[in-house]
Design a protein around this ligand. Structure first.
Ligand SMILES: [Zn+2]
Ligand SMILES: [Zn+2]
Length: 104
């Protein structure tokens, strides 16, 4: 291997450290999804926005998600008390609002 300059060595160390941090963060996020026993369904998303550098709620959305663990629950459903579209084996349409799963 080529001899690294001190600057290169530092960059390499920084990269590897951040890669480790990223890996731990991804694992922790998936653990949170497993720990959320009862989703709290909201219309839209509660998310940390990289653009605004703060937590934002996007309520004008046709998506439903869990405000605790952030899991994507598909389409927001105005008819289902659970708040999101549900389907059965017989049809591609929601059993509550009868909208198709595939929408633009
Ligand atoms: Zn949840
Ligand atoms: Zn529906």
């Amino acid at each position: 291997m080529q001899e690294l300059t001190p600057e290169q060595r530092q960059l390499q160390l920084n990269r590897l450290t951040f890669e480790e941090t990223e890996w731990r963060a991804v694992r922790s996020l998936s653990e949170i999804k497993g720990l959320c026993k009862e989703h709290v369904v909201i219309r839209g998303w509660l998310r940390w926005s990289p653009v605004k550098q703060t937590v934002v709620e996007t309520e004008h959305s046709d998506s439903a998600s869990c405000s605790i663990c952030g899991v994507d629950l598909g389409w927001w459903c105005p008819e289902n008390p659970k708040g999101y579209c549900e389907y059965d084996d017989k049809s591609e349409n929601c059993i509550f609002c009868h909208q198709p799963d595939e929408r633009k």
